[in-house]
Design a protein around this ligand. Sequence first.
Ligand code: PLP
Length: 467
Amino acid sequence: MSNMDARMMAAQEELLHAIDAATVHLTKPCPPDPDRATVLADLDERLADVRGRAGVYPAIGSGRGRGALVELADGSVKWDMIIGIGVHGFGHGDLDLTRVALEAALQDTVMQGNLQCNAEAIEFAEALRAAARRGGADMDHCYPACSGAMANENALKVCMQARNGAGRVLAFRDNFIGRTVTLSHIGDSEGHREGVPRSIEVDYLPYWDAADPDGSTAEAVAALEAALERAPDEHACFVMELVQGEGGFAAAPASFFQPLLERARAAGVPIWFDEIQTFGRTDRMFRFEGLGLGPMADVVTVGKMAQGCAAMWRASLNPRPGLLSGTFLGSTAAMAVGRRVIERLASGDAYGEDGRHARLFRQFSERCEAMVAAIPDCFPDVVGGRGPIPKWGGTGGMMRLTPFGGDRSRIGALVQRLFRDGVIAFLCGHGPVHLRLLPPVGVIEPADLDAVLDIIQAAIAAEGEEG
Ligand SMILES: Cc1ncc(COP(=O)(O)O)c(C=O)c1O
């Protein structure tokens, strides 16, 4: 409930008008402002110096943006098709979210914690839990955290305690789960744990392969059987991304997960859906909802588009006192805005077979099909584990396109070229590597997506000629 008085509300409206006026000119990509050209280079150098490592590209914002367009510190304007790796689902400068953030900024504390909090932390957690329940998952508790990795650490500890200290985890090959010492050993990427001692045992199962749906499902079930037989009662959980994010935007059907979940459940292993990247942006609020797998969930974690992060679990897993705490639950603004994001996602036309996210993905697919036909030399077959994999894929607002056979250095060069040409994009996959787009699904218009794909097609063609 708002605690703003009339004076604060009037000031809030005035500020919103001023912000709107300050960004109304941001309607299309443009090159740097000559008067600010050195500002971005300078910030980029300072970032590399203070952090100890340069960025992939100088994507340093000016603090202004509008919809799918972001203004960088040099005054250049670009289509933002990665939005902080999937965070700003309603794009830049959304006035409704700014209104909520302004009110949150007027509260008495910037941060809220486990020992003391205000209503925002409770409302955020309740909103997430209610959304998970609407999606079919029987979640009883929701515990906010300041990062996806911390939410996942909390979830892991909850599973371990419920399983009497079981120290093994079941996970898919190529999964990503976060970057703490332990999570970097669950994630299937050597580079993410170089020099970090092993702190957990993981049994990896192969993921679904579109080139051989039945064979890859049978192989995963057999690997699960073997792992359960070799180490009975030693698994704390079976953690999975229902669409693999960092691993390559690989979307698998319910028929792949179902037998695995049933077998794990029969063995008493808690099932944990990591929805940190998928939350909000597929064709339902949760991917488990779209796949009809909600009733199988014992634990769910969210982050990114929710603005705050959290772990949810069934009452039967609720840990004993002492296991979870920490100074922060989140910032007042992030949790208030997160609640509003959930409200807007639930009440708008985002979801369903003909919802906004599904429509955007259809448009993306149609454009990719035409692109592959128009510049076939740039799209040789992409070879996966069991045969050629589709040249574009994903679901909803998780879009991947795979030119140049998924060659890492060429996709890397393409991402740099796109940045120069006015589109901020990124990579995913461990090989083949893909061009990854996480557009601001809540605000991007079909005409915007067309404009972005025009630039992408021209950049791929140019890269193909020069490469
Ligand atoms: C599936 C998944 N899990 C966990 C994380 C970690 O979240 P964070 O980067 O907020 O720690 C990510 C981040 O990309 C993710 O995609």
